[in-house]
Write a new protein. Sequence first.
Length: 191
Amino acid sequence: MYRRLIVPLDGSHLAEAVLPVVEQIALLSGGTVVLLHVLERGAPSTVHGERHLKAEDEANLYLTGLADRLRAQEITVEVHAHEVPEGDVARSIVAHVAEEGGDLIVLCTHGSGGVRELLFGSIAQQVLKRGAIPVLLVRAVPEGVTPAFAPKRVLVPLDGTAGAEVALTPAQDMARLFKAVVHIVMVVATA
């Protein structure tokens, strides 16, 4: 089901909102967590009001600290930090999954990215668009407390196309893992 969970992190506390969710999925599935940090060339000095990780050793130290917390829960964790030659973080995340393998990307959505986001979409949107494996988006909570992740229901909106039905298998997998109920919905225009 979920043998490798890919968890892209930008070094901010907001991005770490995914960790309780990842922990719960890994504990239930027995999967390996891959903590990933992409080093951007020409990156801004801050990300979400915090200092941006710009050096590989600094990123590895950050990821290792998070990995140790997960390992304390007896979760298998790998740490990967690498530089993006072309500066496209989303493309690098998708390429990493293609090269290293993965069953699920767990990614935080955390607000405005300014002009870049307006023109190209957020990194989360770009990963959703380009990725070949399921993506679970977790909304960042500014207060820093992510509620426990224990879904009772999994909603799958369909539009009648085969492309939308691709979501059924990952939804069933997530529901099976958490013993949740799958609800399928399709909105039909009446006009």
